[in-house]
Design a protein around this ligand. Structure first.
Ligand code: ZN
Length: 228
């Protein structure tokens, strides 16, 4: 494991956890965040700890093969969920799990949020599906959420909350904000007759545009040039 990268990811996960708490996406110690170090290791926030007081050295480093972990505190019970996503989606570098209010409201009704706003489809890839209801922390939950996430960067978890993905931890937080915002719009739009969906082909176009635009920005930052 690259120790420098491991430290950088611990800092990113800790900083994003504080931001998540400040944006009101979660209350108390609910929710959890992770970041990928490489194909074998991930960093996960500790279980039941106040986000405001968290420091990077308190983050747990988890081996995705053996589930052995190192750190001063036990990682979140949702380790199987984070592990499942990293193993099946090699492009994913960060995951944010919240119990944010509007997303949880829709998740309690176990409904899929259709593709209704352009920022939603751009970042999340289309509709926001809802996983089946299974116990928190279980492998069955991880399997069901991974299925709901197919081709998407966000999903609802029945009667539980939401999960959002990104190519890095910061992008995953943006996706989590979008899941919550879209759920709020979905709830509000019912009052004026319900939303009109964006066509499927437009969803694919917008999401591709987002992924390519930000890949170009990353390439530029890394001095690789890239298309202008
Ligand atoms: Zn949870």
């Amino acid at each position: 494991m690259d120790q420098q990268k491991a430290w950088k990811v611990r800092e990113e996960v800790c900083e994003t956890a504080k931001k998540m708490s400040n944006t009101g996406l979660t209350a108390g110690t609910w929710g959890n965040i992770s970041g990928r170090i490489d194909e074998e290791y991930m960093v996960v926030t500790p279980s039941g700890m106040n986000y405001e007081k968290m420091t990077p050295d308190q983050m747990a480093i988890v081996n995705m093969e053996t589930l052995e972990w190192v750190g001063p505190h036990k990682p979140s019970i949702e380790v199987p969920l984070h592990r499942k996503i990293y193993l099946s989606r090699p492009e994913i570098g960060g995951i944010v799990h919240t119990h944010s209010q509007a997303a949880l409201t829709v998740a309690c009704a176990r409904k899929e949020i259709p593709a209704i706003s352009e920022d939603q489809v751009q970042i999340l890839g289309g509709s926001i599906r809802c996983s089946a209801y299974v116990k928190a922390g279980s492998q069955e939950l991880a399997d069901s959420v991974e299925k709901a996430l197919e081709g998407r960067m966000g999903a609802l978890m029945a009667n539980h909350g939401a999960v959002a993905l990104g190519r890095n931890v910061d992008e995953a937080l943006t996706a989590a904000v979008l899941v919550e915002k879209t759920a709020r719009i979905y709830l509000d739009v019912q009052a004026i007759g319900g939303a009109v969906r964006i066509p499927e082909e437009d969803c694919a176009y917008y999401h591709k545009f987002f992924l390519e635009r930000y890949r170009r920005l990353d390439d530029d930052r890394a001095g690789k040039g890239g298309r202008k």
